[in-house]
Design a binder for this molecule. Structure first.
Ligand SMILES: [Zn+2]
Ligand SMILES: [Zn+2]
Ligand SMILES: [Zn+2]
Length: 224
């Protein structure tokens, strides 16, 4: 084999995980190669709240306690629900490897359960206000004219500080998340997230005579 051909071939083989040291060109070897595609899945229960501004008359709005109970109940149900998980995995077994790889890069939400409820704002804990981001809650900022230099200036009356214009010296502003109401309306979703870990590995078995090797069909395994 000529040098350029061997180098090119070695590089190509490295791309599929065969080290340069494993490539020889003087003594040809015959091997049976098997590529295994292994796709393993595990499931997590997740909860997500989305703030909503309006509800339809037909929709039921529950209180915070009921919302917490809804979450607790469905979390427990989904952890146990092997039926949903196995149906999902059975479907995967009929899909080609390429599709599974694509699917593996997405977050797969299964069996979403929803409820709408009012709850105390998690950002301000129902206090309706949050610390001012401009002055970090101090109510004052460094004087923009003298930058707080020693002795200050007339603008800051020699103190080096001026009242924070964002919160008007209060140190806090109305909470943005609940718009200063202290209570938010949320749609809470409890769902299963299917998380995929796919890989391909190869295995070569040295054979002496190609004609006697048993031809194997490519295998696919889904592990749950
Ligand atoms: Zn709030
Ligand atoms: Zn100043
Ligand atoms: Zn402020």
């Amino acid at each position: 084999m000529t040098e350029p051909v061997r180098d090119t071939l070695t590089k190509l083989l490295q791309k599929v995980g065969i080290r340069a040291a494993q490539v020889g060109s003087d003594k040809p070897l015959l091997a049976d190669g098997e590529f295994h595609f292994v796709s393993s899945w595990h499931f997590e229960v997740n909860v997500k709240d989305s703030i909503i501004r309006n509800v339809l008359n037909s929709e039921t709005v529950v209180d915070e306690q009921a919302l917490t109970e809804f979450e607790r109940f469905n979390r427990a149900q989904l952890v146990k629900d092997v039926d949903i998980k196995s149906k999902f995995c059975q479907k995967l077994q009929t899909m080609p490897a390429r599709e599974i790889f694509k699917l593996g890069n997405k977050v797969n939400r299964l069996s979403v359960r929803k409820a709408i409820g009012r709850c105390s704002c998690p950002k301000c804990n129902g206090t309706k206000r949050t610390s001012c981001p401009n002055c970090s809650g101090y109510g004052q900022i460094l004087c923009p004219s003298c930058q707080g230099a020693e002795g200050g200036c007339s603008r800051c009356k020699r103190t080096g500080y001026v009242p924070c214009p964002t919160c008007r010296s209060e140190g806090s502003i109305p909470c943005q998340k609940c718009r200063g109401i202290g209570i938010i309306l949320v749609e809470r979703q409890v769902f299963l997230t299917a998380i995929n870990n796919s890989s391909i590995f190869n295995q070569f078995t040295k054979i002496d005579d190609l004609s006697i090797s048993a031809r194997k069909t490519p295998s696919f395994t889904a592990v749950i």
